[in-house]
Design a protein around this ligand. Structure first.
Ligand SMILES: [Zn+2]
Length: 598
């Protein structure tokens, strides 16, 4: 057998790829909206070591009906005791010569990766909707798999859905519905399990360019296509920076509002939150982010979730460069400044909560849910680490490095410990530059923000700061000479004094129209200020926002602010009781911890 790549033990998977590993999945499935289950067979083509007698899969909450090897023989298998985080190991007896393992199974209605939406929870209100979220370790709740980012496989699938609905996967996709409700898919490039994805719903397609387009509910698709009109420019810009796009097509699926993340970089088909449909194209950096993952993450993949910063830090860096290329340096510097603000407050709150070790880039998530690693550290500290290296020795050198890093490690995995010698050797050999140990020690294994952190400079934010200073001195902010963008308003909100008088609150709300805003970023930032200062005119809007948005990034700060007072906590729990059925497992999991299950 070919040796397993980069021997990094993945503490979040039961698989032992050294003994036997998967190579290709043939998935045949039927989606049952009534029972909220998927009935499926997963046929895995495998590769086993010369002395192998077992292959081990990850499962969570699956009902295993039958297991066969090489198509006909009924195979012996054993499920381990369930673990709250890891689920159950499914160990199947094999011979070293075994070529395939077929698992007949069904999911259960509480499967953590699957979100079943009632018609009421969609924009169209007529048809139900299903989507998956496999990252980090939830793929095992809908497909028995070797659920580790270090193990790649190709796949094909045949999925049967109700004929009124369209099925889509992280693979080659249909553009129109067919009468049978049977769809076939193929993913020819090897991917890790966390990039397995399925969505089923009343979805239409609108083309943007020969290789890109938008999927969304019929009432949303036009608006979404307008919002992402620059999609092809983004892809072309990304390719100019760091080499060819390797996945053929790039489409975006805009999901109903309960999607817990901003976006998920499912290959060929990004899943995106509708909260970026701001009506003014001001939040499209999220699409640049997901697109950038087509290189960082999907092409060069973190070997374990402790190395998550390699996926996200590179992606934020690449995203910011795409935005700079399309919209200019000052635009990108606004994004970077906001990232730095987020990073500083994340470091503060992780330290206050007694988790200073979680402010290191290299994480230790032993016995923890890898979801705990999804903080601004991986994203923004990762970004500033890479930006700092860029600025130390120049952009030209850094760009050549990044391009070669992606090319030389394409379709492979990367650990933090392999990354360090990779970049050091590269700088040494190519440029005769020694990157010193302190750089890596401080940023990767050190807590907090190193002093060497580079500082974004935004002229537009300087103007906001000047206006803010005047306002704090008691002068009124009169009509702005040039209307501010979303980012300038966010910067303004982030720098408001900690406590505000009722008249000040009224004043700034009248100035920025925050409570009335249709922009989710603005509303979420303003919501925290409003609750902190008990600005009740905003409460009805905040409640409506919480009930109709499932994006965890927005939910957590608002609920967290609410529970700081006893009265607020009661309000938060009352809202949560109404909103919880609309949220995805990933959001519910975080919020139950914060608020207690209703
Ligand atoms: Zn990302």
């Amino acid at each position: 057998m070919t040796p397993a790549p980069a021997k990094a033990t993945d503490i979040h998977s039961n698989a032992d790829p050294q003994e036997a590993r998967v190579k290709h999945l043939h998935w045949k499935a039927a989606v049952d909206f009534e029972q909220q289950v998927i009935r499926a067979t997963a046929t895995w083509e495998i590769e086993a070591a010369a002395d192998a007698d077992l292959i081990t899969f990850d499962t969570k909450g699956l009902t295993i009906e039958k297991v066969q090897t090489d198509n006909d023989t009924t195979a012996e298998y054993r499920l381990s005791e369930p673990d709250a985080i890891l689920g159950q190991a499914l160990a199947v007896l094999i011979q070293p010569t075994t070529k395939t393992v077929t698992i007949h199974y069904r999911t259960n209605p509480g499967a953590e990766a699957l979100q079943w939406l009632s018609p009421q929870q969609t924009a169209g209100k007529k048809h139900p909707f299903l989507f998956t979220q496999s990252q980090a370790i939830l793929a095992r709740s809908w497909v028995p798999c070797q659920d580790s980012p270090g193990i790649r496989f190709t796949y094909d699938a045949e999925v049967t859905v109700p004929p009124a609905l369209l099925a889509l996967m992280s693979a080659s996709n249909p553009e129109t519905r067919n009468k049978t409700g049977v769809y076939t898919f193929e993913m020819k490039q090897p991917i890790p399990s966390y990039l397995l994805a399925l969505a089923v719903g009343d979805v239409s397609f609108k083309s943007i360019s020969p290789r890109s387009g938008i999927y969304a509910e019929p009432s949303v698709v036009g608006k979404a296509a307008w919002e992402f009109a620059d999609l092809e420019k983004m892809i072309a810009g990304a390719e100019e920076l760091y080499g060819p796009y390797q996945w053929e097509r790039y489409d975006v699926l805009v999901l109903p509002p309960s999607f817990p993340f901003g976006g998920m970089e499912n290959p060929r088909l990004t899943f995106a939150t509708p909260t970026i449909l701001s009506g003014d194209r001001s939040l499209t950096s999220l699409i640049a982010h997901e697109l950038a993952h087509s290189w960082s993450g999907n092409l060069v993949t973190n070997a374990t979730w402790n190395d998550f910063w390699l996926n996200e830090g590179f992606t934020v860096y690449f995203e910011t460069r795409i935005m700079e290329k399309l919209y200019g340096r000052d635009y990108a510097e606004m994004l970077a400044s906001l990232n730095l603000q987020d990073l500083k407050s994340e470091i503060q709150s992780l330290s206050d909560d007694g988790h200073p070790a979680d402010t290191k880039l290299k994480l230790n998530l032993a016995s923890r849910n890898p979801d705990d690693g999804v903080t601004a550290i991986a994203y923004n500290k990762g970004y500033f680490f890479l930006r700092t290296i860029e600025e130390m020795n120049g952009r030209e050198k850094f760009d050549r490095f990044v391009k070669d890093y992606f090319t030389q490690n394409a379709f492979k995995v990367m650990t933090t410990e392999a990354f360090i010698p990779f970049i050091r050797d590269y700088y040494q050999k190519q440029y005769n530059i020694t990157l010193n140990d302190t750089l890596f020690e401080e940023w990767i294994y050190g807590e907090g923000l190193p002093n060497s952190c580079s500082q974004p400079k935004s002229i537009r934010f300087d103007a906001v700061d000047a206006a803010m200073t005047k306002w704090k001195e008691g002068q009124k902010i009169e009509a702005l000479t040039k209307p501010w963008t979303t980012h300038e308003w966010l910067h303004f909100i982030n720098h408001l004094p900690d406590s505000l008088t009722p008249s000040q609150l009224k004043d700034v709300d009248a100035l920025g129209h925050f409570t009335a805003s249709g922009n989710a970023e603005i509303l979420a930032a303003w919501g925290v200020i409003a609750i902190h200062n008990q600005y009740t005119p905003a409460y009805a809007k905040i409640e409506d926002f919480l009930i109709h948005t499932g994006r965890r990034k927005f939910l957590m700060p608002i609920y967290t602010e609410f529970i700081k007072t006893a009265e607020g906590k009661a309000q938060a729990q009352a809202i949560y009781a109404k909103a919880r059925p609309n949220y995805h497992f990933v959001a519910v999991n975080s919020l139950d911890k914060l608020l207690g299950p209703p």
